[in-house]
Design a protein around this ligand. Structure first.
Ligand code: ISJ
Length: 359
């Protein structure tokens, strides 16, 4: 006898039953996490354990049979872990605000929606909040794939004792937002100078001659536009919904691969993950051939460098500080040996942190 195919009502009943099980299991998991939290507070252990979280992601993603996509599984687990951690102990993360900036998006991507996110006015104030222990982590932008480094952030590391514990890569999409959502109403455009630079060609082609005005952040631009019907802002989709704006055009950035790299800063170092990066800063001695010698310790050990940047050393004219990122962890013997050898070329050298590579 042929069996009838299930009806949509029957299928939806199955979905309801499965969802009930998922909710039960989430609560069962939450109760175990709370137990872990009690053990931790009794023994003075850290509540947030990024290494353990990474293990969970890796294990689940590697054994996911599909068809549920890995990206979605990761996002769901980020929220499960974020909410679980909040049950153990609320975690504060400071970021370069105001709300709806790309730093805000990067912070949500890294820490989930249950962390307590604290928007601050400047990069130095994010560093200060973490240094004083008022926030456990800080999120600061460090470079953009189109516009280059955020020198403000690099300069802060010279004096700060904070450590880098993670890097976050965020794909940046810019929207043109206004009150009416109509291109012909736009007589002026506000945004952060970096966002304006990233969309310059689009404006030359689509709104030539319309003034592009620099303001403190993409979110401030969106806020200003919510009070001015002749203006538009270049900002994130999130800024559009926060300030009740309509989308004039979406994804107006000139480069398709427009990424911003952010760093997570903390007072404590993080343990080795096995696939790490290390950031250092140093200033070299004033000797002939020194620029060549400073790279030899890495070249001869086959250590890959992913970035080198120089900035003026503000305390002495015409002296420079180098920022260098390499693949590997300071606790790996080859990396440690290369750094020891580099020290011989340096006036000073500081390890800013070893942290898992963002994939
Ligand atoms: C439950 C723990 O605490 C936190 C929450 C985790 C989770 O929800 O699985 C994982 C690591 C910690 O950040 C733990 O340390 O195992």
């Amino acid at each position: 006898m042929q069996q009838d195919a299930p009806t949509i009502e029957q299928l939806r009943t199955s979905i309801d039953t499965i969802d009930n099980r998922i909710v039960e299991l989430l609560n069962e998991r939450a109760r175990v996490v709370v137990e872990v939290g009690k053990l931790k507070s009794g023994s003075n252990m850290e509540f947030h354990v990024p290494g353990r979280e990474r293990q969970i992601y890796e294990r689940l993603l590697s054994r996911n049979p599909g068809p549920f996509p890995n990206d979605a599984l990761r996002s769901i687990y980020r929220e499960i872990i974020s909410a679980s951690l909040a049950l153990e102990s609320p975690m504060k993360v400071a970021f370069l605000g105001p709300k709806a900036t790309f730093s805000h998006l990067a912070t949500m991507q890294q820490f989930g929606l249950s962390a307590e996110l604290v928007p601050l006015k400047s990069i130095p104030s994010v560093f200060e909040e973490v240094e004083k222990g008022k926030a456990l982590y800080g999120m600061v932008p460090v470079e953009n794939s189109t516009e280059g480094v955020v020198s403000h952030t690099l300069d802060m590391f010279v004096e700060s004792s904070l450590k880098i514990t993670a890097e976050v890569l965020l794909e940046v999409h810019h929207d043109l937002l206004s009150r009416s959502g109509r291109l012909e109403d736009v007589k002026k455009v506000y945004s952060h100078p970096q966002a304006i630079a990233q969309c310059r060609q689009w404006f030359d082609e689509n709104l030539p001659g319309v003034p592009l005005v620099d303001v403190a952040s993409t979110a401030v631009a969106a806020q200003m536009v919510s009070e001015d019907s002749t203006a538009a802002a270049i900002a994130s989709e999130l800024a559009g919904s926060l300030y009740d704006l309509k989308v004039v055009r979406t994804r107006i950035e000139d480069q398709v691969n427009n990424f911003t790299r952010f760093l997570v800063i903390a007072r404590k170092e993080i343990e080795r993950s096995g696939n790490d990066k290390t950031s250092i800063l140093f200033s070299v001695k004033d000797e002939p051939g020194i620029l060549c010698r400073m790279l030899e310790p890495f070249a001869k050990r086959g250590i890959n460098l992913s970035k080198i940047e120089s900035r003026p050393y503000k305390k002495k004219a015409w002296e420079y500080i180098f920022f260098l990122d390499l693949f590997g962890h300071v606790s790996e013997p080859e990396v440690a040996a290369a750094l020891d050898e580099l020290k011989e070329c340096c006036q000073f050298l500081k390890v800013l942190g070893s942290y898992p590579r963002s994939i």
